[in-house]
Design a protein. Structure first.
Length: 197
């Protein structure tokens, strides 16, 4: 399956370092340069707004998905190629996943991690084979990388799936890696059914 659209998970805040904003801008520019559609959470604020605006400014397509109840908290981004209102966070995540061929997590908070963990879990369960990546600006995701290796070391994740995502601090390199295909090693179904008797 070729990659034509990329879902970006990221903060509705900009964080404490200007490098986070610059990295989000570069991701948007790279997506547009490769002719990839950005799929994201639909907001105009924080890193979410930055990556969307950068993609549009570089001539790219942007699909935003925003729950109705967030209208007053995360202001909808005007001028998107496509803007979709949904009823719930669950519907938002499912639609973003459905519309995307790959996933990138930029720095963000608990919401970003929630989206990332769900998509990783779905990949482990064999529900998709889409590439996933972490943009490791200023080493933001190094604690998560260490935790992923710890999970594998303690026997809770197959060793070959210890790092189910590509990791890079370079937006260009990360996008190029995702275009190469899945980042999670294919294994036998890790949830095995008991032997039938």
């Amino acid at each position: 399956m070729s990659v034509r659209s990329v879902c970006v998970f990221c903060g509705s805040r900009s964080g404490t370092h200007p490098e986070y904003t610059e990295a989000a801008r570069l991701v948007g520019t790279e997506l547009a340069r490769h002719g990839l559609t950005l799929v994201y959470g639909g907001a105009s604020v924080g890193l979410m707004g930055t990556v969307a605006s950068a993609t549009l400014a570089a001539g790219g397509r942007v699909v935003g998905v925003l729950p109705d109840f967030m209208g007053a908290r995360e202001i909808a981004h005007l001028g998107l190629t496509e803007f979709i209102r949904v009823k719930s966070m669950h519907e938002r995540k499912a639609l973003m996943a459905e519309r995307s061929d790959a996933f990138i997590a930029l720095p963000g908070g608990f919401g970003t991690l929630d989206e990332l963990f769900e998509i990783i879990t779905w990949a482990q369960l064999g529900l998709h084979r889409k590439p996933m990546g972490l943009l490791d600006t200023l080493g933001f995701y190094q604690p998560l990388v260490a935790m992923a290796r710890h999970l594998a070391g303690e026997g809770f994740v197959p060793a070959e799936q210890a790092l189910p995502f590509a990791v890079s601090d370079s937006p260009a390199a990360l996008v190029e890696r995702l275009l190469q295909g899945p980042t999670l090693a294919a294994t036998e179904k890790w949830l095995k059914r008991p032997e039938q008797t």
